[in-house]
Design a binder for this molecule. Structure first.
Ligand SMILES: [Zn+2]
Length: 395
């Protein structure tokens, strides 16, 4: 029986293949339905691996069977999978949860590149077209509005509608958009990985959707500045050093993309306001916020930059109101966590990513095994994930 034919691969190639697949031993072992100790034993040269099991290992790590019989690791990797993240040393260390989510984003990016290779498809660079122009915000906004697969939400649009509107646009422009899971809101709002092709932006799923929208465009602004970043919008930047200057610039750009100054200046809320006003009410800010699909925070920021709110009022307001008041644009029933875990999974992976991966499977380019690996999901979940990633399915 072929199942019992013993295999004698190079143990170091088992380690190499797993590591380059970015799978932790525990995860790989679970996927292979063996104990972690057993997997580590094979990686240390213990016998007992069968040809059938080695084939499963090869499928999981997406390597040909022959790779496991090489006498040493390939000198030149097929593709450089690791790169330095300069912000780590610049500002702070990330928590294991955030580190894991950034690794996941990198894993997803690798998969997108691999699918492109399989399709012999040229990457799109539309996302960077606005970079370097004087009117970068206007150009970015025009492109985003043109590329979203979702109809632009109207006045009654929910924050989720707006988030998927903007994120779909970025995806179509060649950016991988992911949502970080289980990262405390206090730790980070988002991150960007300025690689070309397929740059990545990540938003923290623990924050309000309006906040994620602002973060999404703030991170896109980082890409347009060709900087990778780990961002915390809690910090009010002073503009004192280069990093702060970039943060201020990205905040400005995000606000300008969401609420263009020229159009905002014609709104009744601006036309009717006193210079340096210091009596804005939350309901006023919320009313205006809904018109743009943003938060009261963004509206007050715009009023301030238009000279219609005093700096003192703006700063006090930010201190006075809690996150929910500052970022929520209205009374909205917050759905309890839990419920449909698949919807959260699709949001975390990114809808465009899910469609891309499942599409490659439908085209016969990926096996169901590879697909479930790329989606970190069971094979039987794949159709349900695709259902929740479809374009008209906004939420
Ligand atoms: Zn930033």
């Amino acid at each position: 029986m072929s199942r019992s034919i013993p295999a004698f691969p190079n143990p170091d190639m088992l380690v190499w293949a797993r590591e380059t697949s970015r799978l932790e031993p525990a995860v790989a072992a679970a996927r292979l339905s063996v104990d972690e100790a057993q997997l580590l034993a094979w990686e240390s040269g213990d016998p007992g691996l069968t040809v059938a099991k080695l084939q499963a290992v090869a499928d999981l790590y997406r390597r040909p069977l022959a790779a496991f019989y090489l006498s040493e690791r390939p000198e030149v990797p097929e593709r450089v999978r690791d790169y330095r993240r300069p912000w780590l040393t610049a500002r702070r260390r990330e928590s294991p949860m955030l580190a894991a989510e950034i690794r996941r984003a990198e894993f997803q990016r690798d998969n997108v590149l691999e699918i492109m290779e399989l399709r012999d498809q040229e990457p799109t660079h539309v996302w960077k077209e606005p970079a370097g122009f004087e009117d970068v915000a206007a150009r970015a906004r025009t492109l985003l509005n043109k590329h979203s697969l979702i109809a632009r939400p109207g006045q009654s649009g929910k924050p989720t509608d707006w988030f998927f509107y903007w994120s779909s646009a970025l995806e179509e422009m060649g950016v991988l958009v992911v949502t970080a899971n289980a990262v405390p809101a206090q730790e980070a709002d988002g991150f960007s990985v300025a690689l070309d092709p397929v740059p990545v932006v990540g938003v923290n799923g623990a924050t309000h959707f309006n906040r994620r929208i602002f973060t999404l465009l703030h991170e896109y602004a980082h890409l347009l500045h060709n900087t990778s970043a780990l961002c915390d919008l809690h910090e009010e930047s002073t503009g004192a050093d280069d990093v702060d200057r970039i943060e201020v610039e990205c905040n400005w750009l995000a606000a300008e993309i969401l609420v263009p100054s020229a159009a905002f200046a014609q709104r009744p809320i601006v036309l009717g306001a006193q210079t340096g006003a210091s009596d804005w009410q939350l309901w006023q800010l919320r009313d205006e916020a809904r018109a743009w699909g943003v938060s009261p925070e963004v509206i007050l920021r715009k009023l301030f930059t238009h000279g219609k709110a005093s700096q003192e009022f703006y700063e006090n307001w930010r201190e006075e109101y809690n996150d929910t008041d500052r970022w929520s644009s209205g009374p909205e029933p917050r759905k309890a966590n839990g419920g449909d875990g698949l919807r959260t999974k699709v949001r975390n992976l990114g809808k465009g990513y899910v469609r891309n991966v499942v599409g490659a499977m439908s085209e016969g380019l990926l096996s169901t095994y590879e697909t479930s690996n790329m989606l970190n999901a069971k094979v039987e979940q794949i159709p349900k994930l695709l259902d929740r990633a479809r374009v008209p399915e906004v939420d």
